[in-house]
Design a protein around this ligand. Structure first.
Ligand code: ADP
Ligand code: MG
Length: 229
């Protein structure tokens, strides 16, 4: 049976800036099932990051419902939201967001510290994960000793380490050259084939084409939602 991971119903996010209200996401509804690979597209300012932040439990909708694994997470308090986030969500950002003074291994181990995993197990799991993203020989390097593509691999390993329900990537190849982008997108395809559920934000058609479903946003609303043949 297909498992529903994300179920959002009429969610909106309104920002108050001085006297103006910005409706960044307007009344959006959709579902994502386990092992889907979705690209979220749309022009700059169309609400992609705002939507992703809510899907990733970094932000809450102003109105509407969000069920993550059938659990109502739309109205949780911050500490509860943080707990769910650490357990259920793997984030990958355009700017990698690694801890600069920590090694690749330490960066990948961090979510396991929050999850309360014992030191030996943390280290063994993280080393394996770094190997699986092709960084066996870069485990003790710090971010500034790694290339952009290698940094993003560390971020991907970190995102996967807790076996999250969903992987959210916001423009993950935005800071990479086209060859490195292609390598990273191949890695995403492998991760998808292993059974993971992925939502990736991009404004590049070539990147979106790697996904199996493409949702387009326009002015905070869904313009189209199509299976990618
Ligand atoms: P995208 O990621 O598609 O470029 P965003 O979700 O970042 O779009 O932004 C959607 C709209 O919401 C934009 O008009 C942006 O200026 C506005 N916005 C986003 N975040 C905030 C915020 N924290 N405060 C006020 N306005 C915001
Ligand atoms: Mg954005």
């Amino acid at each position: 049976m297909t498992k529903r991971i994300i179920d959002i119903q009429n969610i909106s996010r309104c920002f108050q800036v001085g006297k103006t209200e910005i409706n960044a996401v307007k009344n959006i509804s959709f579902n994502v099932n386990k092992n889907e690979y979705v690209a979220l597209m749309g022009a700059s300012g169309s609400g992609k990051s705002t939507l992703m932040n809510m899907l990733g439990c970094l932000d809450s909708p102003t109105s509407g419902k969000y069920f993550l694994n059938s659990k109502d997470v739309g109205a949780l308090e911050d500490n509860k939201l943080a707990e769910i986030r650490n357990k259920e969500i793997g984030f990958i950002f355009q700017t990698f967001n690694l801890l600069p003074r920590s090694t690749a291994l330490e960066n990948v181990m961090l979510p396991l510290i929050y999850a309360g995993v014992a030191r030996n197990e943390r280290e063994a799991k993280s080393i394996n994960m770094l190997k699986s993203v092709g960084l066996a020989d870069r485990i003790h390097h710090k971010p500034n000793e790694l290339s952009g593509g290698q940094r993003q691999r560390v971020a991907i390993a970190r995102a996967l380490i807790n076996k999250p329900s969903i992987i959210l990537a916001d423009e993950p190849t935005g800071n990479l050259d086209s060859e490195t982008s292609n390598d990273i997108m191949n890695l995403f395809s492998n991760i998808h084939q292993e059974g993971n559920t992925i939502i990736i934000v991009t404004h590049e058609a070539e990147i979106a084409n790697r996904a199996k479903r493409i949702i387009r946003l326009k002015d905070g609303e869904i313009e189209s939602d199509k299976i990618n043949k």
